[in-house]
Every structure is written in structure tokens, then in C-alpha cells.
Design a protein around this ligand. Structure first.
Ligand SMILES: Cc1cc2nc3c(=O)[nH]c(=O)nc-3n(C[C@H](O)[C@H](O)[C@H](O)COP(=O)(O)OP(=O)(O)OC[C@H]3O[C@@H](n4cnc5c(N)ncnc54)[C@H](O)[C@@H]3O)c2cc1C
Length: 372
């Protein structure tokens, strides 16, 4: 039986562990905090699942494949994880990204509709489309209950035989050391999210930033899935309808300050709160003046070009580095696990876009509003 140690039980590591144990691998997961914990990127309550990725076929297909796998996980665990709200993209100009997304989605048979700005009024109880060029609606997209998903993934992996070790792992050549105990396996995968660069400082170049999310009290009619998830592409703001009573989510998506995922204080910035309120007032006038009912702060781990990192260690061929979620990785979790398993088996080679080493700045897989 092949064996693997997976470090990290976020959506990347957890999904991979579940996939491997389900395929008959002997799997040990090392996690320093409980799965779904508040410090991890996968510990947020909700994450958008959208398929549009401009002209990028691979990510579009991966996100759509992931939806089927999320649905499978729902059936296997009896847990509602997918909130089928749709996702609406707002564009202030026709610069090509929306048009390319529409083309790729159509080619892949994924539902997509182009709406005029005033048609936003049929999606939201109060909507001001002034200044918009168009809206792109992905009716099959939606929201994932991320924290719940992260927890049930680990629970199912354990149920299927994965061993869980609680502790902080350190790399030691081909092996993993947890509080003095050395763990060895045929394959070791470091899926350590925002901690990955600190574990492999010579190899991994990730910028870790604090991203603040705001929840505003909203009246009846603003709940998901009635109200779609939304992304204002050019203004760099996204959100979703109230989910599970937590308020209407609004988040300015420009990169936040550098952040230490262990020691950093999770106190959301007042400046970003102000920006979130300004956006609500502009686009959803009925929510102007809504009370702030909660905040969350989570780490982005950003690669230079927003492509994920999936690469073997250059000196230890059986050790893999898996991360660089770059603010858009959650939705792909189970599809990435499906992609990575044959890499570990040596049946497939990873695409060089996921490799180590310098990458050109830019990318635009989360959205091209990324600033330096
Ligand atoms: C505010 C915010 C909004 C986002 N919105 C979206 C969205 O709408 N849609 C989307 O698809 N994605 C979104 N993302 C991105 C997505 O959440 C991440 O890409 C994804 O969760 C990354 O998962 P991960 O498993 O790589 O990292 P994590 O979830 O951070 O997991 C890494 C795990 O490794 C563990 N670990 C690290 N080091 C060690 C060690 N040495 N020993 C033991 N354990 C260790 C950590 O404790 C942690 O549990 C968002 C992210 C943030 C922060």
C-alpha cells in the first residue's frame, strides 16, 4: 500500500488526504489547529464558486468539475455545502475579460447570461446599475459553506482511515518531524497555506496578506440563494447575500497588509469598512446605513501570477509543495486533489505554470485589479 503524509488540513490538504485515502493510500494528516480553524484561509464561513476565469480554459474546467465533486461530497456526508445562488459579475467597461469568460463558458457548455445594467434589479431587491457597462450572470455558480466543508472533508477522511496527528510539522529532508517524532512515507505533501513560505523560505515565494471581510445587517429579501453572489470586477469588491444569519457579505478585494497567520491580530480595518459601506451605498442603495454585524480577517497566500503552486521539491523528489491559493483557491479544492493524485503516482507531470521559481507579475485569475 502506498503511503502519504499530508501537512495541512485546509481545503487543499484535506481534499487531497480524502482523495488518497479513498483510493487506498495509507494517509497521515498533520495539522497544527483543528480543521476549519479561524486562522486558516479555509476557515471562512463562505467562499464563492464561480467558473469564469477570462480566457483560461483550465481553471474554468477545474472550477466546474469541482462543483460536481462538491455535490458528491454533499451526498456522501449528508451536509449542505453548495448554495446555488448564481454569481453576477459587474463590469464598468468592455475590456475583454468578461467577453472571454463568456466565450470559454459557452464553449464548455456552462450556463452564462449577459444582462444590461438595469436588469440587475431583477437579481437584487435594490440595485443601482449606473456606471456599469454590463452584467455577466453565471446561474450555476454560487457559494460554498467553506468552514463546514473543510470540517466534513477531514471527518470523512478519518472515517475512511486517515490518521490525524495534531502538532506543528517541520520539514527534515524527505521526512516530516512533529514534536520530535519523525514521520516518513512514500510521498510527503506540504499543503500549508499561508505557512508554506515560512517552511520553505529558500524555495517558496508567497506574499501573505490580511484580507478583511464585512457583514452588514440586511432586511428580508437579501438572503442567499435568493440573492446571487457578486463581483464588481473593476472596482475590486465582492460579496454575497446573507447566509446562515451572518449578514450581507461585502469585501474590498485589493491586497491588504502583510500578515503573520499565527500571531497577527484579526482586527478589520476601518478604512476598508468605509470602502465597503461606500460600495453598498453606490450599488445597493437600500443597504446604505446598514449596521455592521460582523467582520472576518483571513490570510491570502499570493503567488506573483495568481496561479497555484503544485511542484515537487527540487532536492527531494517524493516531497511536494501544494499551495498558493492566491485568494481564489477554495472552490477548486476537490478538483485539485483529483489533479494532484496522478502526479504523486508519477503517472502525470505537473503543468509548469504551477512550478517553483520566478513568475511574471500579473495573472488575473482572481481578477486583474491586483495592485503592487
Ligand atoms: C478573505 C478571503 C476570501 C476568499 N474568497 C474566496 C472565494 O470567494 N472563492 C474561492 O474559491 N477562494 C477564496 N479564497 C481563497 C481560499 O480560501 C484559499 O485559496 C484556500 O482556502 C486555501 O486553502 P489551503 O488549504 O491552501 O490553506 P489553509 O486553509 O490556510 O490551510 C493550511 C493549513 O495548514 C496548516 N499548517 C500550516 N503549517 C503547518 C505546520 N507546520 N504543521 C501543521 N499544520 C500546518 C494550517 O494550520 C492550515 O490549517 C478566499 C480567501 C480569503 C482569505
Amino acid at each position: 500500500m502506498r503511503s502519504a503524509v499530508v501537512v495541512g488540513a485546509g481545503v487543499f490538504g484535506g481534499s487531497l488526504a480524502l482523495r488518497l485515502v479513498s483510493s487506498g493510500w495509507d494517509v497521515t494528516v498533520v495539522e497544527q489547529y483543528p480543521p476549519g480553524h479561524v486562522r486558516a484561509a479555509s476557515g471562512g464561513e463562505s467562499r464563492l464558486i464561480r467558473f469564469a476565469h477570462g480566457d483560461n480554459d483550465w481553471y474554468t474546467r477545474s472550477a466546474r468539475r469541482a462543483l460536481d465533486l462538491w455535490r458528491e461530497l454533499e451526498r456522501e456526508t449528508g451536509t449542505e455545502l453548495v448554495v446555488p445562488s448564481g454569481v453576477a459579475w459587474f463590469f464598468t467597461e468592455a475590456h475583454g475579460w468578461g467577453e472571454e469568460s463568456e466565450r470559454v463558458l459557452t464553449e464548455q457548455g456552462i450556463a452564462v447570461e449577459r444582462l444590461a445594467p438595469d436588469e440587475g434589479a431583477r437579481l437584487f431587491p435594490s440595485f443601482d446599475g449606473r456606471g456599469l457597462d454590463s452584467i455577466l450572470l453565471e446561474p450555476e455558480a454560487g457559494v460554498l459553506r467553506a468552514r463546514d466543508a473543510t470540517r466534513v472533508i477531514s471527518e470523512l477522511a478519518i472515517e475512511r482511515g486517515a490518521h490525524f496527528v495534531t502538532g506543528k510539522a517541520e520539514p527534515d529532508g524527505d521526512a516530516v518531524v512533529v514534536e520530535g517524532e519523525r514521520l516518513e512515507a512514500d510521498r510527503v505533501v506540504w499543503a500549508a497555506g499561508a505557512w508554506l513560505a515560512g517552511l520553505f523560505p529558500e524555495l517558496v515565494d508567497l506574499r501573505v496578506t490580511r484580507q478583511d471581510v464585512y457583514f452588514f445587517g440586511a432586511p428580508a429579501g437579501w438572503q442567499a440563494p435568493t440573492v446571487p453572489g457578486w463581483v464588481d470586477f473593476d472596482n475590486g469588491v465582492y460579496g454575497l447575500g446573507e447566509l446562515d444569519g451572518r449578514g450581507f457579505k461585502t469585501s474590498p478585494d485589493r491586497e491588504g497588509p502583510a500578515f503573520d497567520p499565527d500571531q497577527g491580530e484579526r482586527v478589520a480595518s476601518e478604512e476598508k469598512e468605509h470602502q465597503a459601506r461606500e460600495y453598498l451605498t453606490l450599488r445597493f442603495p437600500a443597504l446604505a446605513g446598514s449596521p455592521l454585524v460582523g467582520t472576518r480577517s483571513c490570510p491570502y497566500s499570493l503567488t506573483e501570477d495568481t496561479n497555484f503552486l503544485i511542484a515537487p521539491h527540487p532536492e527531494h523528489e517524493h516531497v511536494w509543495l501544494f499551495g498558493g491559493g492566491s485568494g481564489h483557491g477554495f472552490k477548486h479544492g476537490p478538483a485539485l486533489a483529483e489533479y494532484v493524485e496522478p502526479l504523486l503516482d508519477g503517472e502525470e507531470e505537473p503543468d509548469p505554470v504551477f512550478g517553483l521559481g520566478a513568475r511574471p507579475p500579473g495573472g488575473g485569475l482572481r481578477a486583474p485589479w491586483i495592485e503592487r
